[in-house]
Write a protein that binds this ligand. Structure first.
Ligand SMILES: [Zn+2]
Ligand SMILES: [Zn+2]
Ligand SMILES: [Zn+2]
Ligand SMILES: [Zn+2]
Length: 138
């Protein structure tokens, strides 16, 4: 059925013939898709730090670091780019994720502290000991 006397637009789509127009889309911003006609655009999330408030998608920015991981999305911290020695020392001494802790320790500038932390990790972390034993046996 053609709409000879004008379409009956409901947003971007004609209710009568199903034609679409490129205006008044009903965007699902997180999916970047019009709910009515399926047209796509770039996703637009409502970021609150690293998490979208609407759809819970996460991004690799705006993390809320608490020592070894993001307190919001639990992403392990990438300590490679960390230069703040006090933060590194805190992670190395008190961190709760083994791999992050080791990396932070490796970046410590203070050799004394580094040795101390290594000693602590070896003492306290059974996992590390097990791994070391296995490596020695090979
Ligand atoms: Zn129409
Ligand atoms: Zn549309
Ligand atoms: Zn979203
Ligand atoms: Zn995060």
């Amino acid at each position: 059925m053609a709409c000879l006397f004008g379409h009956k637009w409901n947003g971007c789509k004609c209710e009568k013939c199903g034609n679409t127009r490129d205006e008044q889309h009903d965007w699902d911003l997180c999916k970047g898709k019009c709910k009515r006609c399926g047209k796509m655009q770039a996703e637009q999330h409502d970021w609150d730090g690293c998490i979208c408030k609407r759809c819970d998608k996460t991004r690799d920015a705006g993390h809320d670091w608490s020592r070894c991981k993001c307190s919001r999305c639990s992403k392990p911290r990438d300590v490679e780019n960390l230069t703040d020695q006090s933060v590194l020392a805190d992670i190395a001494s008190n961190g709760d994720i083994y791999s992050v802790r080791i990396k932070a320790t490796e970046k410590l500038a203070d050799e004394n502290l580094k040795q101390k932390v290594y000693a602590n990790i070896v003492k306290s972390d059974k996992y590390y000991n097990d791994k070391k034993m296995k490596r020695l046996k090979k």
